[in-house]
Design a protein around this ligand. Structure first.
Ligand code: ADP
Ligand code: ASP
Ligand code: MG
Length: 474
């Protein structure tokens, strides 16, 4: 997040006139697996019912639905009408069967039916055009959250708990950067308070994560995995008492349990460490989530909807948390090595390199430089065609080689700076593996390095065993 955004956010949060604090409000966000079927939705209803005070529930699309909608977009773009119909029918069947399992009345199912009529009309016309803009894709993707939230609202009603449905496009205002829209904080604060405060005072409110709208009311999205961010945005502008991120694991763990089964829950973790874990790839939390909560010092909990008795992770501002908290990673990373003897003793070369990245709107993750080399990494989210175009431009000023299929591994925690010999121990554990690049010191909280993706599981297991499991984490 850039400083200017941080600045405008804190300003608008700080100066708002009619901002009444609603410390009794709990924002609860449920991810895709936590709404994957009728049983999961009924669990959600039980969890929300255990909470007291005002409650705003934000839901993701049902598990895998956003991926299917992305595929639907591709079929529309290639004009494959058969494939388009097949996907829409499949999605309709799945949502219908959940509606049946929840025993929703025809009246309760009506909004869902209308939604799918719109989805059918939209995807048919896009398939005829054979073109899907970023704007149309956001429109398509929004159907996942719009549909799941209708079902969840029905699940509350069926359980005899009054709930009202709200449209997040009338709550969160963004710019028109489709696919990863930036929040307009002031308007969001005003709209969200105006629309939501009377509603949450009366009953539970169910709205969508991930989706928002620009100044013209056109649907935008906050980027993949962005529902966590929605919870933080609305929690912050409404001055919520707490934000709960309900997912499918027992909180933030020391690493991804899918790759290292010994990963353990971090019970209390500092905002800065949670943010660092998220920035460097821990998928459990969208990287933008922490900052709005930090601005307002709102406690954030990460909890397991499949195991609500587990206390999960509490993210707090003041804590003597563990010193070495975890190992995060990113896959699908591209490393670009730029070599030029023109760099030697010259000024302005770095600028010309970064001008190329700025021109193609590419955001660089890690950087290491020497007298005549610059190595940097790009995230998997970066579109390949943009990378190709940037490389053409870089080759005009330097020699360039590119390696795809890499992974960054980041060891995160406050102990990193203070522990003599930590880097030696870390790299000693993986001395048989080729490390392409190392970045340390830019942040006090991490050491990051790049390896080939095929070694990732082995590296994660070894580092976890030697740095985390042995109690070196303090
Ligand atoms: P949701 O749909 O609830 O948003 P996500 O799939 O986005 O869930 O995130 C949860 C997943 O993140 C977990 O199932 C886990 O595999 C993965 N993950 C990666 N790193 C971590 C970590 N450090 N702690 C917990 N989960 C992690
Ligand atoms: N449904 C969206 C996605 O899959 C947002 C989210 O789940 O957080 O990216
Ligand atoms: Mg997620």
């Amino acid at each position: 997040m850039s400083h200017s955004i941080n600045h405008s956010m804190s300003q608008s949060m700080g100066k708002s006139k009619n901002q009444s604090a609603s410390h009794s409000l709990t924002v609860l966000k449920f991810g895709g697996t936590s709404v994957q079927d009728a049983l999961a939705m009924q669990d959600l209803v039980r969890i929300v019912a255990t909470r007291k005070g005002e409650r705003l529930v934000l839901v993701s699309a049902m598990a895998k639905v956003t991926d299917q909608l992305v595929e639907l977009g591709k079929s529309c773009a290639s004009g494959d009408e058969k494939a388009v119909q097949a996907v829409v029918n499949q999605l309709w069947e799945r949502h219908q069967s959940v509606a049946r399992d929840l025993a929703l009345t025809p009246g309760q199912q009506e909004p869902l039916r209308r939604l799918f009529d719109q989805l059918r009309a939209l995807s048919n016309s896009l398939a005829i055009l054979g073109e899907v803009s970023a704007r149309s894709l956001d429109d398509l993707l929004s159907f996942g959250e719009l549909a799941s939230s209708r079902l969840v609202c029905g699940a509350f009603e069926q359980a005899g708990i009054p709930a009202v449905w709200a449209d997040s496009r009338q709550l969160i205002r963004t710019d028109s950067r489709f696919g990863s829209a930036q929040v307009h904080w002031e308007e969001t604060g005003e709209q969200a308070r105006r629309v939501l405060q009377p509603l949450v005072a009366r009953s539970i409110v169910v709205a969508q994560g991930f989706i928002a709208a620009d100044g013209d009311g056109v649907t935008t999205t906050l980027g993949r995995g962005g529902s966590d961010y929605s919870a933080a945005i609305l929690g912050a502008v409404l001055s919520a008492g707490q934000i709960e991120i309900w997912t499918d694991v027992n909180g933030i763990l020391s690493t991804d349990p899918r790759r290292v089964p010994e990963a353990k829950t971090l019970r209390r973790i500092h905002y800065a460490e949670a943010a660092e874990m998220a920035y460097f790839g821990a998928k459990v939390l969208h990287p933008a989530t922490i900052f709005p909560a930090l601005q307002k010092r709102i406690p954030v909990w990460v909890l397991n909807a499949k195991n609500p008795a587990d206390p999960g992770t509490e993210i707090v501002y003041d804590t003597s948390s563990v010193d070495l908290c975890g190992v995060a990673f990113k896959t699908g990373v591209t490393v670009i090595n730029i070599h030029s003897t023109r760099m030697l003793g010259a000024h302005g070369f770095l600028k010309s390199v970064f001008d190329v990245f700025a021109l193609h709107e590419l955001s660089v993750d890690l950087i290491a430089t020497s007298e005549v080399n610059i190595s940097l990494t790009l995230d998997r989210q970066v579109p390949a065609n943009l990378v190709d175009r940037a490389i053409v431009d870089l080759r005009k000023i330097s020699e360039v080689d590119v390696a795809s299929g890499c992974a960054t591994v980041s060891v995160i925690g406050r102990k990193i700076r203070e522990t003599p010999g930590l880097a030696a121990r870390l790299f000693g554990e993986i001395k048989d593996i080729n490390v392409r690049m190392i970045s340390m010191g830019a942040s006090e909280l991490n050491i990051s390095f790049v390896i080939e993706e095929e070694h990732l599981n082995s590296v994660l297991r070894r580092l976890h065993r030697s740095l985390i499991e042995t109690g070196q984490s303090g």
